[in-house]
Write a protein that binds this ligand. Structure first.
Ligand code: A3P
Length: 324
């Protein structure tokens, strides 16, 4: 089964699908993709063709358990970071935060699998709670929606998310695909055409659910984690029911986890400097700059005005906002 991420090669991506899926594709709205030939609009969001088949299988077969922890996000909003942090928190009794920690020798994506990878890859540490991640929008989450499991959602300001995505997909796109210019990608982004987009629907789906069921859905922002890591790590640990004890706080376990999972630590590990994930993406491309506000180096004033308007119109009245 394929992942919802970016691993398809143009040309053969649609050939390999089941007849059922190929027939379905003929009926779906279609646009050029960022790292594949096409994106299709399926269940209201933009997907790569192989993901559609995987999502249909996931929706049919995956059985959520109340003890599951699901990390959800739009691509390029801090998924890798959230995987590292949650893995370290949940497994800290089994893997104390020291020089033998699995995060020092494994990429976070190898420790916390994507839901759509499940038939290919089994999680390295499969005990309860099961820890998964996904880019699937909330309404398409199948049995997870009705379960009592914990969902942690991370989002990031759309300006930086766009810049991160544009850099990542251009670096990782198969060489047989032409590059996507910044202008063209930006236009698509503002129209919602990006993997799992529109980004506003994705965010609002989880945002509204977090307001309705705060015990089940925790909504985090990348920028908040950057600003006050310790505070948000405590929230995260309490939410997934692995709260830090007073003794752990006194012993600086929270700070140690923050440091272990920091951009600087992960980026400089041999395991993250070399090799690939999802078949052909370089692991190193997961760790670019990790800055808040890097978009100022890419977007001109007209682009800023256009995206600001999109955000204002789409998020208006929701209570969710991104100060720039
Ligand atoms: P930039 O491209 O702005 O540098 P995802 O994990 O969802 O693909 O998101 C990737 C973004 O998160 C990239 O942003 C990447 O640099 C940043 N990132 C990766 N690891 C991080 C970490 N440990 N702490 C903070 N940011 C991190």
């Amino acid at each position: 089964m394929s992942t919802i991420t970016e691993n398809q090669l143009p040309g053969d991506e649609e050939e390999k699908l089941s007849d059922e899926c190929k027939e379905l594709l003929l009926t779906l709205p279609k646009e050029r993709g960022w790292a594949t030939l096409h994106l299709y609009q399926f269940q209201g969001f933009w997907c790569q063709p192989a993901e559609i088949q995987s999502i249909m299988a996931f929706q049919k077969h995956f059985q959520a358990s109340d003890s599951d922890i699901v990390l959800a996000s739009v691509p390029k909003t801090g998924t890798t970071w959230l995987k590292a942090l949650t893995f370290a928190i949940v497994n800290r009794h089994r893997f104390p935060i020291n020089k033998n920690h699995p995060l020092l020798t494994s990429n976070p994506h190898d420790l916390v699998p994507f839901l759509l990878e499940l038939t290919n890859l089994s999680c390295k540490f499969p005990d309860e709670p099961r820890l998964f991640s996904t880019h699937i929008p909330f309404p398409s989450l199948g049995t997870i929606k009705e379960s009592n499991c914990k969902i942690v959602y991370i989002c990031r300001n759309p300006f930086d998310t766009f810049v991160s995505a544009w850099n990542f997909f251009n670096r990782g796109r198969p060489k047989s695909l032409p590059p996507l210019s910044l202008d063209e990608a930006f236009d698509m982004y503002c129209k919602g055409i990006i993997l799992c987009g529109p980004f506003w629907d994705h965010m609002l789906g989880y945002w509204k659910e977090s307001l309705k069921r705060p015990h089940n859905v925790l909504f985090l922002k990348y920028e908040d984690l950057k600003e006050d890591g310790v505070f948000h790590l405590k929230r995260l640990a309490t939410f997934v029911e692995y709260p830090f004890t007073m003794e752990e706080e006194r012993n600086c376990v929270i700070e140690d986890i923050a440091k272990l999972c920091s951009f600087e630590t992960l980026k400089n590990l041999e395991v993250n400097k070399t090799g690939t994930f999802f078949q052909h993406f370089e692991r190193a491309s997961l760790f670019r700059k990790a800055e808040v506000g890097d978009w100022v180096n890419y977007l001109n004033p007209e682009m800023v005005e256009r995206l600001s308007k999109v955000i204002e119109e789409r998020l208006c009245g929701s209570g969710l906002s991104f100060p720039i």
